[in-house]
Design a protein around this ligand. Structure first.
Ligand SMILES: [Ca+2]
Ligand SMILES: [Ca+2]
Ligand SMILES: [Ca+2]
Length: 220
């Protein structure tokens, strides 16, 4: 069972009015099982200068079998940059997506899991794994792709249950998310692993990215 989901709704209601850093001690909503299985790594491309850029691709039209309903999100690229100020993520889909709160067939659902210490044995299993995927990471933080007020998403620390709102901009097929580096304090060396699962109101998991394993990002 995906126990994060209930929390996500509660969290959205909690900080929609402006307080973007709150605590939550309701353990009921968090996974407690340990991760299992191995992961397949994939390299990121590291740019020079003051920031590290990365870009990964996911196949077009590779939606989870049987879940290709109208509006089902299909990720085709995840790119961005990572430096001392922020992690910027640009998600590109094969068709436009809109915020979850818009309540449309193409409203975006899902999670991005971050294994900040690159250690599968610490943190919680990726949401992708809970939906039948095989990311094989232990996430210290995760981002719920359901929007808050159309402008933010919820970043949750798996260990402390602290959550914060981070800005997210929806523009057609593209969603741009900016996570302040200070919210990724568990990443001590500028490197982390990530895995995505996206969905929509009809199905919580319509595409995994990558299909199996995780993507590795090397920032600074
Ligand atoms: Ca895809
Ligand atoms: Ca970990
Ligand atoms: Ca995929």
């Amino acid at each position: 069972m995906l126990q994060r989901r209930s929390f996500r709704i509660t969290a959205a209601l909690g900080f929609a009015l402006a307080a973007f850093t709150l605590g939550c001690d309701n353990n009921e909503y968090f996974p407690t099982q340990s991760a299992g299985g191995g992961g397949l790594g994939a390299g990121g491309s590291v740019g020079g200068g003051s920031s590290a850029n990365f870009s990964f691709t996911d196949p077009v039209n590779d939606r989870v079998a049987g879940e290709a309903e109208l509006g089902a999100p299909d990720i085709v690229q995840v790119s961005g940059s990572y430096d001392e100020r922020a992690l910027t993520l640009v998600l590109i889909f094969d068709a436009p997506v809109v915020p979850w709160s818009a309540n449309q067939l193409n409203s975006l659902d899902g999670f991005i899991d971050f294994d900040l210490d690159e250690n599968e044995s610490t943190g919680i299993p990726a949401a992708a794994d809970e939906f039948g995927g095989n990311a094989g990471i232990g996430a210290e933080m995760y981002l719920s792709l359901r929007d808050v007020g159309g402008t933010h998403m919820t970043l949750v620390h798996a260990g402390t249950k602290q959550f914060t709102g981070v800005p997210a901009v929806f523009e057609g097929k593209t969603v741009t998310i900016r996570i302040p580096r200070s919210d990724l304090a568990d990443d001590v060396d500028g490197r982390f692993r990530m895995a995505l699962v996206v969905g929509h109101p009809a199905h919580p998991a319509t595409d995994f990215a990558p299909d199996e394993g995780y993507w590795s990002v090397a920032g600074r």
